[in-house]
Design a protein around this ligand. Structure first.
Ligand code: ASP
Ligand code: MG
Length: 473
């Protein structure tokens, strides 16, 4: 383990404007006085969306979008710089660097508009520009606090496969490059400020790790650098027992296990990118979630074992904007390859399957994907099973929207009888209809599908049943 190295990641809202960046820089300065730090930053909030929108407009042939994008982003970043950096000469040299990045944005938009074609690679280059603009700002804000700092593009550090829009890191190469580049800086007491979200293939093509991927960048670097801890600084207090917009007495969970956090991230509690914990699990690096707007609060610590509590249930979560797809009919009983072909099809599309359920009568396999994957998944399945549909071996490939998944999560539910019973009894009392149910054999997650309009009621009823507002979590 690298003595006490801490990787600190700041999300878009934590670098959203000059005062947020100043607050962030102060948090880093306080930490850097005690131990070596690597900072990872997202784009200023809203910037990535704006870049993607511009890319899409350019693809539709809008040739003016590049110029207007550059104007807006220049204005936004210059305004922050103006407040953060007092020395006009420094300000000018930083703005020059940012304008070079913006010139790339314009070239990419103009080229896309001309060709009316947006390749995944170009989309990555465009959408990854926001981090390349925010990292130099944060590095300068640190220097203004007398903390030596250098901004670094993660294309120099994180080596990935070539899957644009959702690349996976190649850890051995990433480790080699990150240590070679960052260790000398750390040895000199310099705080590297690294762009989140992006990486590059071994031959240098820029890739992105998927939306919200800066969390993932932070744990990739944490693992690559053998950090002692990764801290995700965000705009909420940590992992909550439920979404506070739906359950008013939801509370922050102080300690949670990797497995529980992964279940929650996967299941739509939008605090962490779903892949965030993968890189650090083997090395057992603690990941903390803290609120950069309230840095005195303790937040949530994610550790290998978490902390055991009574009833076993830690938190509830819901995923909305999903669709239930069913492949079935009595004819599939005993057809050995239906399951295989169904999920080869989803795998080929890289459609993310969120829940699977098949009852032992084998009449029907159903699974849930996000709304955005639903249409192409159903189309692909109808094609895959065209012959079987024609011969009535497979009766239907159907899709139901307006549903949601609710999950009850807790590692200590394993071996605790009665959790499912209490969950379903609570739902029954509220007259909530269950469309499908799934519990993996890890027993740390019971998930069920309900109509979307029943989500709030389902969460409130289960939160109350397990007394999550009072539990000594
Ligand atoms: N800026 C990227 C996004 O908005 C990555 C991140 O913020 O984590 O998706
Ligand atoms: Mg995020």
């Amino acid at each position: 383990m690298n003595s006490q190295l801490q990787v600190m990641k700041f999300g878009g809202t934590s670098v959203g404007d000059a005062s947020c960046i100043a607050r962030t820089a102060q948090i880093v300065a306080n930490a850097a006085a005690h131990f070596p730090c690597v900072v990872v930053v997202s784009a200023m909030s809203g910037v990535t969306n704006r870049l993607i929108e511009a890319a899409q407009k350019a693809a539709a042939g809008d040739s003016s979008v590049g110029a207007s994008l550059v104007k807006t982003l220049h204005k936004q970043h210059a305004a922050a710089l103006e407040v953060l950096i007092k020395d006009p000469a420094v300000r000018q040299s930083v703005m020059k660097k940012l304008d070079e990045v913006l010139a790339e944005a314009k070239r990419l938009c103009d080229g896309t508009a001309l060709l009316r074609e947006l390749t995944p690679r170009t989309l990555d280059e465009l959408s990854g520009l926001g981090e390349r603009l925010s990292a130099p700002l944060v590095a300068e804000a640190l220097k203004a606090l007398k903390v030596p700092s250098e901004s670094i593009e993660a294309t120099e550090l994180i080596v990935t496969d070539a899957f644009h829009g959702g690349a996976e890191p190649l850890m051995d190469l990433t480790r080699e490059r990150s240590q070679a580049r960052l260790s000398p800086l750390l040895d000199q007491g310099i705080v590297p400020v690294v762009t989140g979200f992006i990486g590059a293939t071994a031959d240098g093509k820029l890739t992105t790790l998927g939306r919200g991927g800066s969390d993932y960048s932070a744990t990739i670097l944490g693992a690559a650098m053998d950090a002692a801890e990764v801290v995700i600084w965000t705009d909420v207090d940590g992992v909550l027992t439920a979404d506070p917009r739906l359950v008013s007495d939801a509370r922050t969970i102080p300690v949670i296990s990797y497995r529980e956090a992964a279940e929650l991230a996967y299941f739509g509690a939008k605090v962490l990118h779903p892949k965030t914990l993968n890189p650090v699990m083997r090395a057992a690096i603690t990941v903390s979630i803290r609120n950069s707007f309230a840095p005195d609060r303790p937040g949530t610590k994610i550790t290998p074992e978490g902390r055991s509590i009574g009833g076993g249930v830690k938190a509830l979560t819901a995923i909305r904007d999903v669709a239930l797809i069913a492949v079935g009919g009595p004819g599939i009983v005993g057809l050995p390859d239906v399951v295989g072909r169904t999920f080869s099809t989803t795998a080929e599309l890289r459609a993310n399957v969120l829940l699977i359920s098949q009852s032992s009568s084998q009449n029907d396999i159903c699974f849930v994907v996000s709304d955005s994957d639903a249409t192409r998944t159903v189309e692909a399945l109808r094609k895959e099973f065209a012959q079987d549909l024609a011969h009535h071996k497979v009766e239907h490939v159907t899709v139901v929207s307006n549903i949601a998944i609710v999950a009850v999560v807790g590692e200590n539910m394993r071996g605790t009888p009665g959790v499912a019973g209490r969950t379903f009894a609570a739902l029954g009392r509220e007259n909530i209809n269950l469309i499908a149910i799934a519990q993996g054999s890890s027993e740390s997650n019971i998930s069920f599908v309900v109509e979307d309009r029943a989500v709030e009621k389902a969460l409130v009823a289960t939160h109350k049943e397990f007394r999550l507002e009072t539990a000594a979590n």
